[in-house]
Design a protein around this ligand. Sequence first.
Ligand code: C2E
Ligand code: CA
Ligand code: CA
Length: 293
Amino acid sequence: NEVLQKADIAMYAAKDGGRNCWRIYDPSLQQDAYESMVLTNSLRRALEHQEFSLQFQPEIRLSDRRIIGFEALLRWNSAEHGPVPPGKFVPLAEKSGTIAAIGEWVLREACRFSRRLHDAGCPGLHVAVNLSPRQLSANNFPEVVREILVETGIEPGQIAIEVTENILIEPMEDSIRKLTELRELGVEVALDDFGTGYSSLTYLRRLPVSILKIDKSFIDGILDDPKQAEYVGFIIDLAHALNLRVVAEGVEVNAQIDKLRELDCDAIQGFVFSRAVSEPAALRLLQDWTEVP
Ligand code: C2E
Ligand code: CA
Ligand code: CA
């Protein structure tokens, strides 16, 4: 029994490791599995205990250095565990299915924020929301989006949905159909983390996206490695040929901004301008910082 139990734990670790691989049982795996279980249990109560909040990271257009939108990033301040980073709890929420309710909460809060931006005299800004594959596979997802837009009184173009390639792990035709429906409604769709995963041209061709976000891991090397810069330039040209707007993620220093402008990148997001901040701080950024220093 014990051997089977431990083999089971190793199997789960292998599944977490991206499947199609193996793991040897190690007592630390049991610790990890236990931690995941405890966190998952707390996650189930986190919504009703109002432990979630959103922070907003600005996106800056390079041509005029203005803020053109914000990405909503989820924060969990657990009563039991303190602040837990999204990289840790989002996968657990996906596995346990709680992501459906959490994701809907995120979307509604992001739309409310968008509404307040509009009311504060900042029209034309978009708010981007990260979407997990599980959320898209819910039958009525486009309907839910439509309802929230009506409820919060904002235009579809004020919202961007960010998806990654693994959105297509779920039945692909179904995902494409739903995203197309949203796109036709006027919602922006961004392909996130481009440059990680397969980054296959098939995704760019088949997904109804309007924005391409180049992953930080690709941007990191553009100053030291000419080949890398050339590669990013090539991605930008390709995206423009497909009529996509390009956002560089994880920009940390000014020299990267100069390089990205040279490469004809449309917009940037990163610590060089601002981390994700609370709503009042986001509104202050809009007032004080129309230009990158
Ligand atoms: P992401 O969608 O790629 O979000 C960007 C992440 O990069 C954020 O981390 C942000 O704080 C970080 N970042 C931005 N600029 C810089 C920079 O200049 N340097 C560095 N080192 N990092 C930078 P965060 O907030 O920890 O989120 C991590 C991931 O968690 C997100 O990656 C996204 O995949 C996921 N996530 C966050 N909120 C949600 C959500 O509401 N729903 C879902 N499904 N996933 C979410
Ligand atoms: Ca994102
Ligand atoms: Ca990203």
